[in-house]
Design a protein. Structure first.
Length: 268
């Protein structure tokens, strides 16, 4: 069986034309210049039942691999929409997912085309707003979770956490109750995926989080300062900044200090 990185290499070849087009777009060129450009492309977290491997894809998309299970989160085109190429090829070249989580309806988190193109019959856990936009052909695989609800899929505990904006000039981006963050329990570790949100009380109240994926980008989510302040409050053991665009993740790491082990991976 091919490794994840071998699949990623195949995907890169199959989407090379799209990447070339993206590079010509000034707006995308700015997005693709990342302060973490030299950072690792994956990381490993020890659990009570084997290693959890974190594979960034881009922006908000990632795959978590654990004990032979592939957990795909927010499969969506790269920033800028994929330059008109086949946005499904990147994902169909990857290992078949055993579980899929989607946090929100926005195009950088959800693609009905990508979800429909994926092979297998993996359960797709989503908020209702996402379910409403997916094709009927996927309905048998969809499990809807509202904020505060929980379930277990493939032995993985899944808790849905609120995501929304607080700041007056950002309220139009994310309504409370529409999207989900998630807390996953994998091998005895609690893993928080923020989705699109500001530093809301529900985030700050989280307890016993071992790994946190924290968004930060303006104007849609929160500032580096907000994100760091929230992390200092709920103190996850390990924090991965993601969904950060041109935010200064090195400054974020400095602000967090010793409240959490901040690990910078290559998302762009």
């Amino acid at each position: 069986m091919k490794t994840f990185m071998a699949h990623r290499t195949a995907a890169a070849v199959r989407t090379a034309a799209a990447v070339a087009v993206l590079a010509l777009a000034p707006a995308m060129a700015a997005l693709l210049v990342s302060p973490a450009a030299a950072q690792p492309t994956e990381d490993t977290v020890a659990t009570d039942m084997g290693d959890l491997v974190v594979h960034p894809i881009h922006h908000a998309a990632m795959m978590l691999t654990w004990n032979g299970l592939n957990i795909l989160i927010d499969p969506a085109p790269p920033p800028g929409g994929g330059g008109g190429g086949d946005v499904t090829a990147e994902y169909t070249a990857m290992p078949t997912p055993d579980l899929i989580l989607v946090t929100d309806i926005h195009g950088d988190h959800m693609s009905a085309d990508i979800l429909a193109a994926l092979s297998g019959d993996a359960p797709i856990v989503v908020p209702q707003a996402v379910a409403d936009q997916l094709p009927e052909a996927l309905s048998a695989r969809i499990q809807v979770l509202a904020n505060g609800e929980s379930t277990t899929v493939e032995g993985i505990g899944i808790e849905a956490v609120a995501t929304y904006n607080l700041t007056e000039d950002r309220l139009q981006f994310h309504d409370k109750g529409r999207g989900n963050g998630y807390v996953l329990t994998i091998g005895g570790k609690r893993i928080y995926i923020s989705g699109d949100t500001e530093d809301i009380p529900e985030m700050r109240a989280l307890e016993n989080i071992d790994v946190a994926f924290i968004c930060m980008n303006l104007p849609y989510t929160m500032t580096v300062e907000q994100a760091a302040d929230a992390v200092r409050e709920f103190q996850p053991v390990i924090t991965y900044p993601y969904h950060y665009g041109m935010s200064d993740v090195n400054a974020f790491s400095d602000m967090v200090g010793d409240a959490s082990d901040v690990r910078l991976l290559k998302w762009y």
